[in-house]
Write a protein that binds this ligand. Structure first.
Ligand SMILES: N[C@@H](CCC(=O)N[C@@H](CS)C(=O)NCC(=O)O)C(=O)O
Length: 221
């Protein structure tokens, strides 16, 4: 039995990644949403701590055989899901492709700070593209080039053919590029369209819109 603890869906880019992975695995799971950045909820961290000592979302609870395991950090959760559900194919079968896929996932996880800073996730909004700093521009270019290379090398609908952990990790970046109308080449646009069309992404969009309507995704730092 899985429980995925996530943040406000319009904003929580880290939470989106394991959500896409769990949906791709096709396993049932419950979702607990903890509101982030809400002026009226100053105790976000206090709400997360009972779920994870790291005090951050996402968190995955795995309850089985009378025990509960806590997995925290988006990449650790995606890898755990991929490992526990090999039939979902979230890790490429070929070991070379798998190694490259992990490089993509880790490059995303540890990098692109200026993209995160200047193009914050606003999943259900369309916003004007801000004047990008040189570093942001370079990181956007690196992301686009790396996507082009994977799409050309591995074929198929996603970066490594079938949907993989790398696509889960990059799903929030796809949404950021859509939100801010970042110009991309046609092959990359096709990839982004396919990611946005995933049922998991559509459902996340629906929830994000509901948050905004309810005034929950509207507070800016
Ligand atoms: N490296 C972590 C980062 C998680 C993270 O920063 N989560 C943010 C929300 S997107 C959070 O929990 N913020 C709550 C807080 O800072 O109080 C991961 O990949 O899971």
């Amino acid at each position: 039995m899985y429980t995925l603890v996530i943040g406000t869906q319009n904003w929580s880019s880290w939470s989106l990644r394991p959500y896409v992975a769990l949906r791709a695995a096709g396993v049932p799971f419950e979702t607990v949403v903890i509101r982030l950045r809400e002026k009226q909820h100053p105790t976000t961290r206090d709400q997360i701590l009972p779920w994870s000592p790291a005090g951050k979302v996402p968190v995955l609870k795995i309850a089985e055989d009378g025990k509960t395991i806590t997995v925290w950090d988006s990449l650790a959760i995606c890898e755990t899901i991929a490992e526990r559900h090999p039939e979902a194919g979230l890790l490429p079968a070929d070991t070379s492709a798998r190694a490259i896929m992990r490089s993509y996932a880790c490059e995303m996880h540890s990098g692109f700070p200026d993209v995160r800073d200047q193009l914050g996730m606003e999943f259900a909004r369309k916003l004007p593209l801000p004047e990008l700093r040189d570093d942001t521009r370079a990181q956007v270019a690196r992301i686009i080039t790396s996507w082009e290379e994977a799409l050309a090398t591995y074929g198929g609908d996603f970066l490594f053919g079938k949907l993989s952990v790398a696509d889960c990790m990059y799903a929030p970046v796809v949404s950021r590029f859509v939100t801010y109308g970042v110009a991309v080449p046609p092959a990359v646009q096709g990839y982004m369209d396919r990611v946005m069309a995933l049922a998991s992404m559509q459902d996340w969009m629906h929830a994000s819109r509901e948050e905004i309507t309810a005034g929950l995704g509207n507070y800016k730092d």
